[in-house]
Design a protein around this ligand. Structure first.
Ligand code: COA
Length: 702
């Protein structure tokens, strides 16, 4: 698949269809960009009204090509695009880059034309980038192709970029050039009728010139495919992504806690987390991360030392480090003694190390050398504020000297109050040290690098297989419910059958239709018991008085049944369950995101989920690693590990519930919303019990 993209990045001959005689028109600017970019291959300008363009013979149409062409760059008015694609097919051209706009982005007519373009390319076996794109460029010295209408050729390097917006693509190129960031290739994917960011990720995965991938995403054409590819690629090359726009999951009318809690951005956040994609909040952060990743190793751990000549900025930096999960460890006595041996008396040998305003480059060199050799940190952040006495380049040089021969730590620098641009050798060149103007920036960058390093260190997650489930039965119960009542909530009994089919640990007990049955059930499960309204229409039972707790005798149970019957007109029955004790209440749920599909939720029950919203989401399916992380990642997770008389919970049983719910949701697409709330997590070894469950079913096309 990815080899079919090679003609875009390594063409030996290209044709530019719509190469204008007018350098001010887009076709003219493209021609100029290809020529000025120094394209190493053969260029055929195609224009029926010109004889010679850019010193080359212009041809009236692709049909007159004298030799093979790998890539057609198409910039003709939109009415002409289909004919040009026919010409490509006739001439055996397998790759087309369509710059022309006026397709789906302008309305229905354009969308129809776009479908025809996609269809034609697909039938002819032509890979197509665009339409409505800015173009692409590759800095490969053997190719040097700038097939965009941006007259910028950024420096060659190891960063590949894909943008789903032409304007942002342009901004990325300008910024990369300004920052001196080395680019391997850059693609504006436009309307993505064929080649998507996912395809590009796959191409760059094996591209030897690319070490880092930057993505500007506006959507995920196919989030599952993105997840599969990104999870794999991120193990080999860091992927940094900016995602614009917000999902609407949380704004939909929600009938369950899970759906209500799935706020705007949780799916994207979860997907990036699960796949190891580093998320940048802004374009600026995208580059902040890129310049660090391009020049520095990932840290081995979270320990960082801050070395500075200014106290205030160091505090801001330290705060940002800790907010990002980094640790500023206290140095050992031995390290502090060595630092004190050369520092002025008023300097601080703590962490941050404050070399005070009079610090010389030699102070920086020595401090860096001592700390880097100490083995007590994984990364260094240097903050230098220039008072105009010592040029920052001397300090940077001293820092580099200090690092020589030390273990390879991650090094980031903040140069504050730097009015003049640094000389090129000190700016953000790849082999150089990444510098930032404000002290929080290197802290944020380092925190994300450390989190990514941790993601890489953990073994990849595995999707478990449950041989003891009965997916056919589970599906049957949902389909029957749909058949008899249409979309909606399952009855209490159907829900139990569904959960039992996946060996989910429902609480003992069952549904009783008479007072006698209720009393017998209560005796069987043991007192005290709870009696709950069994209804597939009333969702919030407690609010309507449909839950009666702590019943200690058969008489009380019978009375409770009668009470329910008098209160609710058409009583389906009551659920009789033993009262749970010694457990922690948690919630496990599922909601369907329109774009990302099922999201699985885990939260602490009761007020934790309702008031504090302490819940975490992952995109289905879950790996064992996802489940293990979920039960440990809540703000209140310490409660599950045992805290001040609060008993610990059986975490592995909770992981099992999450994984079985994940498997259920995978196998039964009719399930569109689910709340297991509360689930009682019992002490280790005793498992957990699902006390209440609600499942909504919706028809599917399969
Ligand atoms: N084969 C070869 N050449 C053709 C042709 C064809 N089928 N049809 C037209 N041309 C030539 C014309 O002769 C003309 O050359 P000339 O300027 O030397 O006379 C040149 O191509 C351009 O044609 P023209 O009709 O003047 O089109 P245009 O320059 O007004 O617009 C586009 C063409 C592609 C630039 C325009 O349709 C467009 O899509 N613009 C927006 C592009 C964009 O923004 N993309 C997205 C960025 S994010």
């Amino acid at each position: 698949m990815s080899s079919s993209l090679r003609p875009f990045f390594q063409p030996e001959a290209i044709a530019l269809v719509g190469a204008s005689r007018d350098p001010a028109r887009i076709g003219g600017r493209l021609l100029q960009a290809v020529v000025e970019g120094g394209f190493r291959g053969v260029l055929y300008p195609i224009n029926p009204h010109a004889d010679v363009l850019a010193g080359r013979t212009a041809l009236p149409s692709l049909r007159q090509l004298p030799g093979p062409v790998d890539l057609a760059v198409i910039a003709v008015p939109r009415e002409g695009v289909l004919t040009v694609l026919d010409d490509c097919a006739a001439m055996g051209i397998r790759a087309a880059l369509v710059i022309t706009s006026g397709f789906a982005e302008v309305g229905e007519e354009g969308r129809r034309l776009q479908e025809q373009v996609a269809e034609k390319a697909r039938k002819a076996g032509i890979r197509l980038i665009g339409p409505n794109c800015l173009g692409l460029l590759t800095t490969d010295p053997e190719v040097c192709l700038n097939a965009s209408f941006v007259p910028i050729m950024p420096p060659s390097g190891t960063i590949a970029m894909s943008s789903e917006s032409g304007a942002i693509g342009l901004a990325l190129l300008v910024a990369a050039s300004r920052l001196g960031l080395g680019i391997s290739s850059c693609v504006s994917v436009g309307n993505r009728v064929d080649v998507s960011s996912n395809d590009l990720l796959e191409y760059w995965e094996t591209d030897p010139r690319t070490a880092i991938v930057l993505l500007y995403l506006e959507s995920f054409g196919n989030p599952r495919r993105f997840a599969r590819i990104a999870r794999r690629v991120a193990r080999r090359k860091p992927i940094v992504a900016v995602k614009a726009g917000r999902t609407r999951a949380g704004r939909r009318a929600a009938g369950s806690h899970t759906a209500a809690l799935a706020a705007n951005d949780v799916a994207v956040e979860a997907l990036f987390h699960q796949t190891g994609v580093i998320r940048a909040e802004t374009l600026e952060e995208l580059f902040d991360l890129a310049k660090a990743l391009a020049s520095q190793p990932l840290p081995d751990g979270k320990r960082v030392a801050v070395i500075t000549n200014a106290g205030g900025p160091a505090i801001l930096c330290a705060d940002a480090c800790e907010a990002g999960g980094l640790i500023l460890p206290e140095f050992s006595e031995a390290t502090k003694t060595t630092l004190r041996s050369f520092l002025p008396p008023s300097a601080s040998a703590g962490n941050p190390v404050d070399l005070i305003a009079s610090a010389t480059p030699e102070h920086f060199r020595q401090a860096v050398s001592v700390i880097a050799r100490s083995g007590e940190v994984d990364a260094l952040i240097i903050i230098y504020i220039s008072a105009g006495l010592i040029p920052p380049s001397l300090v940077l040089e001293a820092v580099r000297e200090g690092m020589k021969g030390t273990p390879s730590l991650t090094l980031l620098v903040c140069l504050m109050a730097q009015r003049e641009p640094l000389p090129p050798e000190d700016s953000f060149q790849e082999s150089s040290v990444p510098c930032y103007p404000y002290p929080e920036e290197p802290a944020r960058v380092l925190a994300k690098m450390a989190a990514h390093a941790e993601w890489l260190r953990l073994p990849p997650g595995v999707f478990p297989v449950f041989a003891d489930g009965d997916p056919a039965k589970a599906r049957e119960v949902c389909q029957q419910a749909l058949h008899s009542r249409g979309p909606g909530w399952l009855t209490t009994e159907e829900t139990r059958t569904l959960l039992d089919a996946f060996r989910l640990p429902t609480s003992p007990g069952g549904v009783a239709r008479t007072a006698k049955e209720a009393a017998t059930l209560a005796q069987a499960v043991g007192f005290p018991v709870a009696v709950k309204l069994a209804s597939h229409t009333i969702v919030h039972k407690t609010e309507v008085g449909g839950v009666i707790l702590n019943l200690t005798s058969a008489t009380e149970v019978e009375r409770a049944f009668e009470e329910m019957r008098s209160r609710f007109d058409s009583l389906e029955g009551v659920l009789v369950q033993p009262m749970m004790k010694d457990g922690t209440e948690v919630l496990v749920g599922m909601t369907l995101d329109p774009l990302f599909g099922p999201l699985i939720a885990f939260g602490l029950g009761g007020i934790h989920v309702e008031v504090l919203g302490d819940v975490c989401f992952r995109v289905n399916p879950l790996t064992g690693r996802d489940a293990a992380e979920m039960v440990r990642s809540l703000r209140g997770s310490r409660l599950l590990q045992g805290y001040r008389g609060h008993p610990p919970a059986d975490l592995s049983a909770l992981e099992q519930v999450l994984l079985r719910v994940s498997a259920l949701v995978e196998s039964v697409p009719e399930v569109s919303e689910m709340d297991l709330n509360p689930v009682f997590a019992l002490p280790p070894g005793q498992g957990c019990r699902i006390v209440d469950a609600r499942v909504r079913v919706t028809p599917t096309s399969t």
